[in-house]
Design a protein around this ligand. Structure first.
Ligand SMILES: Cc1cc2nc3c(=O)[nH]c(=O)nc-3n(C[C@H](O)[C@H](O)[C@H](O)COP(=O)(O)OP(=O)(O)OC[C@H]3O[C@@H](n4cnc5c(N)ncnc54)[C@H](O)[C@@H]3O)c2cc1C
Length: 401
């Protein structure tokens, strides 16, 4: 729970001081509880001196005044997911005058919120942190009138022509004329025994932007050979005593942008472990060690570490799709536009004369943008571009009456 809260505050750009308790005496004096394993931990103390013991993210959003109920009985457009794709759609839709609601189950910014520095986004030659980019987009969307509901998860939907109903996990109903699904991907797990036990207790998914300063003088392991793993390595290198990047392939060059390869090679405290995978996790309540397996020889070795960051690609958030007969590919990504046509034929049960618009799913009026979409490029710029483009198709759909 402590990790979830820290991650949420960090991604949401809320200034906070993190006090890591290490002894029972500290737990008593600083948090006002009896010992380190007291179920009332973690304790969240607010600026006005008030405190909540073992809070949920929702309780924190309520206290920050961020937890809102929908103000309208019906919107023109409901967007699910406030990563860059959803934020972009929100900015363009609300600036075009559509009554827009943006629903986010966690913190604004999605994956970008965990990126310490995005260096290839147009217009920011010195790079920009993902959290800052997302915060700017949030501000822009709000300025144009988008209503944002955070800590709310869309779980189910119903579609009739011109009327879509989305149900949130807490039972709230959102009615809209069209929907954009921008729910992105979530990091894949390693699939190891006891993996769930160590999440937030030494094992993290993603680049760990809120953990970097805590890894000072420690040996950090990052799993994955893609750009997000490479960025994570460069993020930890100034803090940790040593960073090891664990990759299954023969080299980093095949999967990583050259600028990241160059930086990794130039860092004196970074080692690259190729043809290697993590085969086991050990510890008590905290991760203490991992087992590394050489993929050539099968030989295993145990190394001590309290920090393992997993950046091995993602799985899309589309569990709700089959019930609505929304078409997905074999890996769960939403199919849209021309990808739905087979030999030029429209998808089964498609009710209209026209073909699905580009970015429209096989359900008219339901669009998909960003990383959740089959064939997405998985870049910040393309997520932003698709968000903007989808709004143009939403207008066309709404004009059809
Ligand atoms: C560490 C890292 C570094 C990266 N660096 C770069 C880079 O330098 N350059 C680059 O171009 N790209 C980079 N990328 C890729 C880029 O960030 C992504 O392609 C892009 O941000 C995807 O945006 P998205 O909005 O499609 O999805 P996401 O960012 O995944 O956002 C989806 C959002 O939907 C929310 N959500 C999910 N399900 C629900 C639901 N049921 N109800 C409500 N909300 C829901 C999620 O909580 C999330 O906030 C990086 C990615 C990572 C992880």
């Amino acid at each position: 729970m402590a990790y979830t809260i820290r991650d949420f505050l960090h991604r949401s750009d809320v200034p906070f001081e993190w006090v890591q308790l290490t002894t029972d005496e500290e737990a008593c004096s600083r948090a006002g509880v009896e010992h380190l394993h007291d179920p009332r931990l973690p304790v969240c103390v607010f600026q006005d001196g008030s405190r909540i013991e073992a809070p949920t993210v929702r309780q924190i959003t309520e206290r920050l005044g961020w937890f809102l109920s929908p103000s309208r009985a019906e919107y023109d457009l409901a967007i699910y997911g406030a990563g860059l794709a959803g934020l972009s759609a929100a900015v363009y839709a609300s600036s075009d005058g559509l009554k827009t609601v943006l629903i986010e189950r966690s913190a604004i910014g999605g994956q970008a919120g965990s990126s310490s520095r995005i260096e290839n986004y147009l217009g920011f030659p010195g790079g920009i942190s993902g959290a800052e980019l997302a915060e700017r987009a949030r501000e822009q969307a709000c300025r144009f009138g988008t209503e944002i509901l955070v800590a709310r998860e869309g779980v189910r939907g119903e579609f009739q022509p011109g009327r879509c109903v989305g149900y949130l996990a807490d039972g709230t109903k959102i009615v809209s004329r069209a929907i954009i699904c921008a729910t992105g991907v979530e990091y894949a797990h390693l699939g190891l025994p006891k993996e769930e036990e160590y999440i937030g207790a030494g094992l993290y998914y993603g680049a760990g932007s809120s953990e970097a300063s805590l890894t000072r003088t420690e040996h950090v392991y990052v799993v994955g050979g893609g750009n997000s793993a490479g960025q994570a390595v460069m993020h930890f290198a100034p803090f940790a005593s040593r960073v090891s990047i664990v990759v299954r392939g023969d080299s980093l060059e095949s999967s990583l942008s050259q600028y990241l390869v160059d930086r990794i090679c130039a860092s004196t405290n970074v080692e690259v472990l190729t043809r290697t995978e993590v085969a086991g996790l050990e510890g008590d309540s905290q991760l203490q060690a991992i087992t590394l397996k050489d993929r050539n020889t099968g030989q295993e070795r145990r190394v001590a570490t309290h920090w393992l960051f997993v950046c091995i690609g993602g799985v899309p958030h589309t569990e709700w799709a089959p019930e609505l007969r929304v078409m997905r590919d074999e890996r769960g990504y939403l199919m849209t536009g021309p990808d739905l046509l087979r030999d030029g034929r429209q998808p089964p049960n498609w009710p209209l004369d026209r073909d699905p618009y580009y970015l429209e799913t096989n359900v008219p009026g339901l669009f998909a943008v960003g990383d959740v979409r089959h064939g997405a490029v998985k870049r910040c710029a393309s997520a932003v571009g698709e968000g903007a483009m989808a709004v143009a198709f939403v207008h066309r759909y709404l004009a059809e009456g």
